[in-house]
Write a protein that binds this ligand. Structure first.
Ligand SMILES: [Zn+2]
Length: 181
């Protein structure tokens, strides 16, 4: 879809907004929209504009909502600094941002591998499956073998067999205390 330019417009000049949108990789509305321009050493998208804030996510906020109130920060709900999806941006204070970072840090605790999607609750459930299975010595028990239950759980969470057993045996997430009773 190309717009026909009038003959006089030899060199189309993009507005600040136009330049901003030009560098955004727009995905599904709920997904992160990646900034395709320059990224600074802190991982934030940057743009060159005298009309808009220099940081791309702040520029996006301005384009969508208007000027950023003094003393406010534009924060990411997705924690992805190169994301400029307006739905992932919210106004916060420095304290909010700090609290938020602390909370995210606590939540990501122990999640160093590619299993960043599993939570402490998942880990506790995985451990419980093995513990209950090992305790169950009744040969007539109709309970599916705990190893099969673990494999089903691995499938559901997208973990490998090796990985889920390592979690059950406390090799992974070993610093996570037992589920508080
Ligand atoms: Zn995002």
């Amino acid at each position: 879809m190309t717009a026909r330019l009038p003959a006089s417009a030899k060199k189309p000049v993009l507005s600040p907004r136009g330049r901003l949108w030009l560098r955004v990789l727009i995905d599904e509305p709920g997904q992160c929209w990646r900034w395709m321009g320059r990224v600074n050493s802190s991982g934030y998208g940057m743009l060159q504009s005298v009309h808009l804030p220099k940081r791309a996510h702040r520029a996006m906020w301005t384009v969508v909502h208007g000027p950023i109130p003094e003393g406010k920060l534009v924060c990411h709900t997705c924690d992805n600094r190169v994301c400029v999806n307006p739905r992932h941006l919210f106004l916060g204070t420095l304290q909010d941002n700090h609290r938020d970072a602390q909370k995210k840090l606590r939540h990501s605790w122990g999640e160093r591998t590619n299993t960043a999607k599993i939570t402490r609750e998942d880990v506790w459930r995985i451990r419980a499956i093995m513990d209950t299975g090992l305790r169950d010595t009744d040969p007539r028990s109709s309970r599916p073998h705990w190893k099969d239950t673990l494999l089903l759980e691995a499938d559901r969470l997208g973990l490998s067999k090796v990985h889920i057993f390592a979690i059950a045996r406390r090799r992974f997430w070993k610093n996570l205390p037992e589920r508080p009773s």
